[in-house]
Design a protein around this ligand. Structure first.
Ligand code: ADP
Ligand code: TZD
Ligand code: MG
Length: 581
């Protein structure tokens, strides 16, 4: 009889010359440099996780698949390798699916590996345990979806999933592993030979010389040029080239939220604090790994002003060109290759933009920074967003290696503009969809993948979506300090029930919650901070300890606004407003 798995002494030894699905999956992942998996165990993948751990992989078990999925997605962003989320069939799979769709939307490489039930029973809809046609459901939400039916296809199946996730525009891939695959056996030699190592998974995509010349001609002709860096630029890890290009060009640049820190936000060419001005006034805009989606008002309308604009766009995805406005100089290729070619094409004597433009941007920037400075130093009790975030901003400036994770509405929007980021990929947030619930998974993956300390700045609602994962943080003893901006609800804590009934308003939580006690329940450190000074002291102590910690930051219930800074997207009933007044 075949014996595989743990022997009677608990050793992970294979007996005889056979291997099985469990071990081939592990071998295939390890062969491709994948050593970390984010999962929630259960049928049929419990033993897979166990053997992964026994074979030297890091397997992090979460309390809910949504957080494991967000961890895998951001691991993909941070490492340029697919982040792996592993789930059980049907309900576990569905819990992980939002993260897979989020990874695809954000262009992060991720593989959702899910166990599934017996094909023969599922396809006849005979009511198997956790019956669901998972492959069909996953397909529209990811770049590619594969199912491996035979043990000899594991090597090729994992190679395909890997390549699909990282090549071209990165994204989410679904990999379906039926329970019956895991126990299938094959001769150990044949199994080893069936494995495939992905060579050059994301090959360089070199832009054409004509496209480079066209882009440089347009840039040269500009009187008021602007460069916009997006999270694709952060993902590309072409940090040195991007900085060299921006500095040589002399062009003011605007970082999208997760591109902050690619050059330090304190860089003289950063136009962050003059955002409205540069969007309105620029005559040539060069996009580097940023899409003209809702976050950039689709490249038109009020935010972009009256002045006519020419767009240059660098992107690996050719179909991104002309998606919202005409792109007069499309540069299709990978950012590293494109920026290197641009630098070369600029030659020695590149003339910087007119001083009048640089001075106009600088003046606006200095003015806005000066106006903000005193607000960020306030020590008001209860804290407002400026006082609290001013304190955190100074901590990040002192500790630029800290990864900042950020979600919420006001907590997100204020932090994005107030907290300067000083190094690449040190700010992780809600991404293209503005998803709540990403923070704990991102914090865990950031700590695991980078080894850096993490500061997660969370709205109290945002935190609640995956709050139980602080047990995961405590269990793995990760250097994460969670700060909950506790303003008693979604946007604010003061809304009234319009009916006058006894239920609280739809946006309001229990008063005076002590989120810090949750962390204490799991053995971590809890702090309650009511002033910016207290907040600073707590966070510094927490970061110095390198231990799991949570600071309950008491924020003025009235300080926030509905939908933070995107209230314009929030339809409101005129009729009910009249009734309310
Ligand atoms: P942001 O939200 O920061 O503006 P987006 O997610 O909208 O950024 O845009 C990222 C873009 O970067 C996507 O269009 C994606 O195709 C592109 N991209 C990702 N990686 C690369 C790369 N290595 N080279 C070129 N483009 C890339
Ligand atoms: N569900 C999901 C998955 N994503 C969302 N974006 C929302 C719901 C809607 N939503 C927002 O867009 S922000 C937000 C919700 C519920 C929470 C805002 O409250 P907060 O932040 O406490 O996190 P502030 O600081 O009180 O504004
Ligand atoms: Mg709140």
């Amino acid at each position: 009889m075949l014996e595989t798995g743990l022997d009677t002494q608990g050793n992970d030894e294979e007996v005889g010359k056979l291997t099985d699905g469990f071990h081939l999956i592990i071998d295939a992942l390890k062969l491709n440099g994948i050593n970390t998996v984010y999962n929630v165990p259960g049928i049929p993948i419990t033993d897979l996780g166990r053997h992964m751990q026994a074979n030297g992989m890091r397997v992090l078990s979460f309390r809910h698949e949504q957080a494991a999925g967000y961890a895998a997605a951001i691991a993909g962003f941070l490492t340029k390798k697919p982040g792996i989320c592993m789930t059980v069939s049907a309900p576990g799979f569905l819990n992980g699916l939002t993260a897979l769709a989020h990874a695809t939307t954000n262009c992060f490489p991720m593989i959702l590996v899910s166990g599934s039930s017996e094909r023969e029973i599922v396809d006849l809809m005979q009511g198997d345990y956790e019956e669901m046609d998972q492959l069909a459901i996953a397909k529209p939400l990811c770049k590619a979806a594969y199912r491996i039916l035979h043990v000899e296809d594991i090597g090729i199946g994992i190679a395909r999933a890997y390549r699909a996730a990282v090549s071209g525009r990165p994204g989410g891939v679904y990999l379906d592993l039926p329970a019956s695959l895991l126990g299938q056996t094959i001769g150990a030699d044949a199994g080893a030979k069936s494995l495939v190592k992905v060579i050059d998974g994301a090959p360089a995509q070199i832009p054409s010389p004509e496209a480079i010349e066209r882009a440089l001609d347009v840039l040269k002709s500009a009187k008021r040029p602007l460069i916009i860096l997006g999270k694709g630029a952060a993902y590309a890890q072409a940090d040195i080239e991007i900085r060299a290009f921006i500095e040589k060009s002399g062009v003011p640049y605007l970082p999208m939220s997760m591109a902050k820190g690619l050059l330090p936000d304190t860089h003289p060419q950063s136009a962050g604090p003059a955002r409205s001005l540069v969007l309105k006034e620029a005559d040539v805009v060069m996009l580097i790994g940023a899409r003209l989606n809702w976050l950039l008002s689709h490249g038109k309308g009020k935010a972009w002003g009256e002045a006519s604009k020419k767009f240059i766009q660098i992107d690996i995805e050719p179909r991104e060109m002309d998606s919202n406005v005409e792109i007069i100089a499309p540069l299709v290729g990978d950012i590293d290759s494109c920026v290197k070619a641009l630098l070369q094409g600029m030659g020695e004597a590149w003339s910087k933009p007119p001083a009048s433009w640089i001075n106009q941007v600088s003046a606006k920037k200095d003015n806005n920074v000066a106006r903000m400075a005193s607000k960020l130093q306030n020590n008001n009790v209860p804290m407002d967003f400026h006082g609290a975030l001013g304190a955190l901003s100074r901590i990040i400036a002192e500790r630029p290696d800290t990864v900042l994770v950020n979600e919420g509405a006001n907590t997100l929007d204020f932090a994005r503009s107030i907290i300067d980021i000083h190094k690449p990929r040190k700010r992780l947030d809600v991404g293209t969809w503005g998803v709540m619930g990403v923070g704990m998974g991102q914090a865990i993956a950031a700590a695991v993948e980078t080894g850096s300390p993490v500061l997660a700045v969370e709205g109290d609602s945002a935190f609640g979506f995956s709050g139980m994962e602080i047990e995961t943080i405590a269990r793995y003893d990760l250097p994460i300090c969670v700060v909950v901006f506790n303003n008693g609800g979604i946007y604010r804590g003061t809304d009234a029930n319009l009916s006058g009934g006894t239920d609280v308003a739809t946006t309001v939580f229990v008063k005076d919650i002590r989120y810090d006690k949750m962390m204490e329940a799991f053995g971590g450190s809890g702090y309650n901070a009511t002033s910016p000074d207290e907040l600073r002291r707590s966070v510094i102590e927490a970061l110095d300890s390198g231990k799991p910690s949570l600071v309950n930051a008491v924020i003025d219930e009235e300080a926030g606004t509905e939908s933070g800074r995107i209230g314009n997207l929030n339809p409101q009933s005129v009729v009910s407003k009249k009734q309310a007044t």
